[in-house]
Design a protein around this ligand. Structure first.
Ligand code: ADP
Length: 244
């Protein structure tokens, strides 16, 4: 395998057993996600997007084919091994920001490092660094309730970045935000991607999907289109803000 590939799906299928019948959530999915990619995943409800993300995120294993994450085959890994892979290599961002309410931005962001056994001083240093990266260095002592939705999502993105993941997985990250704030968050993803961070983002909105560099379209558990996006939305090449 080429070392520049972070995720490889080889003819991946996922079958769920529901009572007596089988649900084919994914079928014959073969794709590669490379270093520096920014991919949006789009498709109607039930088309397999979440199943695909769960496999990328080591939350599940395939029923058919092979999934490699940063060169590691997930087949046969125990739940603990999958959790370790997740913690070390992946960052997750969700629609609901999932921040601890009575905890400052700094401590919310530093939390994964606490679990990883990093010393307090180093935790705070690193948390400051990523809060700065998402443009929130002046909100480190605020609690989530003192922040706007967009700011809370920035804290959540900083938390996802604090372990230096190889890949950021975002599941409908703008789903709870208004149009303008969604555009700002997408610009932040674009800026992070410009810095070399690889991103896979699920959305059901075409506009949001068009902020990525590549778009995967799912239907009935299959990738029906895998296409580069030439005209990037939101942040134009001259870096002027263009909100659709
Ligand atoms: P999407 O995220 O695009 O809405 P999903 O990946 O959630 O699609 O679902 C794909 C298909 O697999 C759907 O038909 C869904 O009902 C089915 N499915 C997903 N998860 C499960 C599960 N845990 N058990 C049974 N069927 C499932």
């Amino acid at each position: 395998m080429k070392t520049s590939e972070l995720v490889e799906f080889e003819r991946v299928g996922k079958v769920y057993q529901v009572g007596d019948s089988e649900v084919h959530a994914l079928a014959e999915v073969s794709i590669s996600i490379g270093v520096g990619d920014f991919i949006s995943v789009i498709g109607p409800s039930g088309s397999g997007k979440s199943t695909f993300m769960n496999l990328c995120g080591c939350l599940d294993t395939p029923s058919e084919g092979r999934v490699m994450i940063d060169g590691v085959d997930v087949a046969g890994m125990t739940d603990d091994e999958l959790a370790a892979l997740r913690n070390q290599k992946l960052g997750f961002v969700f629609q609901q920001f999932n921040l601890l309410p009575r905890t400052t931005s700094l401590d919310n962001v530093a939390l994964p490092l606490l679990y990883a056994g990093v010393k307090r001083r180093d935790r705070h240093h690193k948390a400051m660094e990523v809060l700065n990266l998402v443009g929130l260095s002046d909100r480190t002592d605020h609690h989530p309730a003192q922040l706007s939705g967009g700011q809370q999502q920035r804290v959540a993105i900083a938390r996802a970045l604090v372990n230096d993941p190889v890949l950021l997985l975002a599941d409908e990250p703008t789903g709870a935000l208004d149009t303008r704030t969604s555009a700002e968050i997408m610009m932040l993803f674009q800026q992070l991607n410009d810095k070399g961070i690889s991103i896979v983002l699920v959305t059901h909105e075409q506009d949001i999907a068009s902020a990525a560099r590549r778009r995967l379209t799912f239907r009935d558990g299959r990738v029906i289109e895998d296409k580069p996006i030439e005209q990037l939305r939101f942040l134009q090449p001259d870096r002027s803000v263009k909100i659709a």
